[in-house]
Design a protein around this ligand. Structure first.
Ligand SMILES: [Cu+2]
Length: 165
């Protein structure tokens, strides 16, 4: 769909034909170029772990500013080979976590990964997470490209300190 929109737009704008770029090569370029401007990722942080723990959680906001629905398929990090998307669900009066294989971020939508709700669960973390430092993830999507994410490392005991200006 996106490619058809782009081509249709150029057909309506004659000035583009005065450039050296032909329509077929431009369309090809659009379909092959990284689309990593469609999502805006903000407020990303990961929690430090108590001594002896190897599991932690990370949170961020994803805003889809494009006109295309997409899905987050995978999160990767040098910290681990296992990051899952989890949501909290009420089950028999208990709050439980359930894995989601993908996370949909529809056109124009904002999806929050936040404590007590949808979150990133990070397993097998061996390197220490030092509060005040940052670490990097990458989010891979089906149609919106791939995104590097820099996460603040925060203690869960003082998660809001940086927000108190
Ligand atoms: Cu979880």
């Amino acid at each position: 769909m996106k490619r058809f929109h782009a081509v249709a737009l150029f057909l309506l704008v004659p000035t583009f034909f005065s450039t050296a770029i032909s329509v077929p090569s431009l369309a090809q370029e659009l379909s092959q170029s990284p689309k990593n401007h469609m999502l805006t990722i903000s407020d990303a942080y990961i929690r430090t772990m108590p001594p002896g723990q190897t599991v932690t959680a990370a949170f961020l906001r994803v805003a889809n500013t494009s006109d295309m629905d997409c899905k987050i398929l995978l999160a990767t990090s040098e910290l681990t080979n296992r990051i899952e998307f989890h949501e909290h669900v009420h089950s028999g009066g208990m709050m439980k976590m359930r894995e989601k294989k993908t996370v949909s971020v529809d056109a124009g939508q904002i999806v929050d990964f936040s404590p007590g709700a949808l979150h990133l669960m990070i397993f097998n973390v061996k390197a220490p997470l030092v509060e005040g430092n940052t670490t990097k993830f990458e989010l891979q999507t089906d149609r919106c490209g791939d995104y590097p994410v820099e996460l603040d490392i925060r203690s869960p005991l003082r998660p809001k300190m940086k927000d108190h200006h």
